[in-house]
Write a protein that binds this ligand. Sequence first.
Ligand SMILES: NC(=O)c1ccc[n+]([C@@H]2O[C@H](COP(=O)([O-])OP(=O)(O)OC[C@H]3O[C@@H](n4cnc5c(N)ncnc54)[C@H](O)[C@@H]3O)[C@@H](O)[C@H]2O)c1
Length: 257
Amino acid sequence: MAGLAGQRGVVTGGCGPLGARIVERLSAAGARVIAVDLPGAVRAAGSGGAAPGVDFIDCDLLQPGGCDDVVQRVCGDGQRVDFLVNNAAFTGTAGMAGYVCPFEEQTDEAFDRAVELNLAVPFRLVRRFTPYLRGGRAPAIVNVSSIYGLVAHDPGLYVGTAMATPAGYAASKGGLVQLTRYLASELAPVIRVNCVAPGGIQREQPSQFIERYATRVPLGRMAREEEVADAVYWLLSPAASYITGHTLPVDGGWTTR
Ligand SMILES: NC(=O)c1ccc[n+]([C@@H]2O[C@H](COP(=O)([O-])OP(=O)(O)OC[C@H]3O[C@@H](n4cnc5c(N)ncnc54)[C@H](O)[C@@H]3O)[C@@H](O)[C@H]2O)c1
């Protein structure tokens, strides 16, 4: 299916585990995709041989001027941009001190940095890309939130593991859901803005965690990256042309309970 043929757009965190699948999915749909990520992540992705139709921009989005730099490098030569996927975030594997740890050990600094990358950077990028997106073809934005932006985490899920859901993660992902509604209203009728809220994606988590998770989700298993990438693709595609301001859980039914 080439539902994005001729379109061009940006995926932040596009070299990460989920971001790379989103880049692949959009590229397979015919889009020219620009993956924005930290220099080390771009180097690692490039060394594997870049897929045709994919370009890379190395940028730390938290550096002063980082968001301006990305917009300049994407649109500076007058090139069109049609979509933006805000996927980069500090997640449970970020390795940031004072973040993935018991609540009373979580630091103000880690909370602030999570809110900055997970919520303020999407705002900064959307604000800067808006004049260019307005001239795009069926322009659309997808923000990547989480089930923990919709419902509270269950601390019992993590017992016996080193895993945790940081307050800064939950608060920033909840903010992203509301920012999506705000932007959808503000940028209509030209730019559609939607959000996906993935459930936990199965990777190398401890087996006790994976098993416990499976018992708590109606579809009985964790998510796969491709399932989230398909939802991002669909929200950007013409099939979702009358959908804006929506947050789509991709969670096996987690948020039904
Ligand atoms: N993994 C899950 O189970 C899960 C569940 C729900 C939602 N999500 C969301 O999906 C998205 C991707 O998740 P993931 O597990 O692939 O995340 P990840 O932490 O593995 O990857 C995030 C990517 O963002 C990049 N990044 C980090 N800081 C950056 C910066 N300052 N500038 C530019 N890029 C930066 C990283 O290099 C990495 O490539 C996140 O928004 C996450 O919150 C993930």
